[in-house]
Design a protein around this ligand. Structure first.
Ligand code: SF4
Length: 165
């Protein structure tokens, strides 16, 4: 059996790296990772973005489209900032590959880390089906990506299945 190694979005572990200067600590996730092998990083901060920073959303597509140059990331103050988001995704991938990561738990809805939905680029709170740039890059390199809620749900399901009848 291949040993599972994880990559975790830094904000989920309590690091205050979000655009608003806050974290997204999920204590249950921290507990669940105690016996697991993992590395953690914030792609956006690793690429040099400050905290706090303006919110950002992908326009006209999803993370894979940004990697292809077919969609762009914009900040809420109107700057096109795709390049730094792509750099952050590649830094995260480099860390993941150096540590033989097989699975990633990435923060839902982020333009970098979102994996089952992202905001639509209008900064009006509307979500669409899609993934962030880091999530897309990870998937392109064979890493299994889930959101924090999907990870916890899978864990609960596994425990229930493992319990004797
Ligand atoms: Fe969290 Fe990812 Fe956003 Fe960094 S880029 S704050 S790790 S969701």
């Amino acid at each position: 059996m291949i040993h599972q190694r994880y990559f975790i979005s830094a904000c989920l572990l309590g690091q205050k790296v979000r655009y608003d200067g806050k974290d997204c600590l999920v204590s249950q996730l921290v507990q669940a990772l105690l016996d697991k092998n993992y590395v953690s990083l914030c792609p956006e901060v690793s690429a040099g973005l400050p905290t706090p920073r303006p919110a950002a959303e992908i326009r006209h597509g999803s993370g894979a489209d940004v990697l292809l140059g077919h969609a762009q990331v914009f900040s809420s103050d109107g700057h096109q900032i795709s390049e730094v988001f792509i750099q952050g995704a590649y830094k995260a991938l480099a860390l993941a590959q150096a540590n033989h990561v097989t699975h990633a738990v990435l923060k839902a809805n982020s333009p970098s880390c979102g994996s089952d939905g992202i905001y639509d680029g209008s900064f009006t709170g509307q979500k669409i089906v899609g993934e962030g740039i880091t999530a897309a890059l990870f998937r392109q390199h064979g890493i299994h990506v889930v959101t924090e809620q999907q990870f916890l749900a899978e864990l609960t399901q596994t425990k229930l299945t493992d319990e004797p009848n």
